[in-house]
Every structure is written in structure tokens, then in C-alpha cells.
Write a protein that binds this ligand. Sequence first.
Ligand SMILES: Cc1cc2nc3c(=O)[nH]c(=O)nc-3n(C[C@H](O)[C@H](O)[C@H](O)COP(=O)(O)O)c2cc1C
Length: 168
Amino acid sequence: MSEFKKINASDINESVFDLIGKDWALVTSGSADNFNTMTVSWGGAGIMWGKPVAFTFIRPQRYTFEFIEKNDYYTMSFFDEKYRDALKLCGSKSGRDVDKVAETGLTPAFTEDGIPYFAEAKLVLVCKKMYSQFLNSESILDEQSVSKWYDNDFHKMYISEIKEVLTK
Ligand SMILES: Cc1cc2nc3c(=O)[nH]c(=O)nc-3n(C[C@H](O)[C@H](O)[C@H](O)COP(=O)(O)O)c2cc1C
């Protein structure tokens, strides 16, 4: 029996700046028998088209990108500090080369609809894609950010409805 309970997005009582920027998150997408996960520390959460949303930015060379592109849903799992090493691994190795579940010891869990997340998480956002678009150099008004962060591998931005929030 899952120890998670569902809450409303507006009842998340931790700072989204801390959750994403400091704690980091695992973005996970796919099905029970074929999924991948990676660490993110850029993004946000807010309101769009009258709905609670997450903003997620994924570079096209990530293996996880293929899963997010093929699936309508992904999850964002947030963890306590003791899982920092697992998040470092998931942010430095590719699922193309290693089995991240085996290497981290994290336990995959699945929503009623079969969407993957991790049982050790303290908070999970179940996200459904509403909008996706590659960033491009013409649209980035801060030129320094282009030269600083990109070598022609612009992130794809996803605006995704937060369909469920699971917490403990
Ligand atoms: C702290 C941290 C934050 C990261 N944030 C992002 C991000 O927001 N977007 C992104 O595309 N990659 C980000 N990465 C890089 C991916 O997590 C990394 O390339 C990962 O190995 C990709 O795994 P995959 O190929 O299995 O998808 C981050 C890495 C770390 C360590």
C-alpha cells in the first residue's frame, strides 16, 4: 500500500526555488517496462491557461528526452538530502550506458495509470505535457546566456499540467 497521499498543487508548502534549484528533481518518463530518469535543477512551477503547471527544460541529447517526447506524461520526484548521491549519478550518467535503478538502489513506483516515479521521493508531481518548443538563439534576449550555456543544443521547454501531487 502506497504511503503517499494526494494533495492540491496549491498546498505544496515548500519553496519551488528550493525544491527545483537546491534539492533538484528526477524527471522520469516511460512505462513500467521501459522508462528512464534524469536529474534536473532548472525549471519552475506556476499557473498557465488557468491550470497548475510545471516548466521543464530538457536538452535533446538526453536519453530521457526520447521518453518525454514519446509519452504524454512525466513525473518530477523530489528527495531528502540523503539521496543526493543518487541524484548526482542520475545527472552525470546516461540511461543509455547504465541501469540507474540498479546503480542508485531507488525503487520505481507507478501511478494508477502506470506512470513511473520513485518510492523514496518526498514529493512527486505527475505532469501531462501541454506545450513543447525548443528554445532558440533568436528568442533568447540575454545573449550572454546563449554563449554561456549553449553549443547548439538548445533545451526543449515543456509546459505541463500538474495532474497529481503525491506527498508523504
Ligand atoms: C544538478 C543537475 C541538474 C541538471 N539539470 C538539467 C536540466 O534541467 N536539463 C537537462 O537537460 N539536463 C540537466 N542535467 C543533466 C542531465 O541530468 C544529465 O545529462 C543526465 O546524465 C542525462 O541522463 P539520460 O541520458 O539518462 O537522460 C542536470 C544535471 C545535474 C547534475
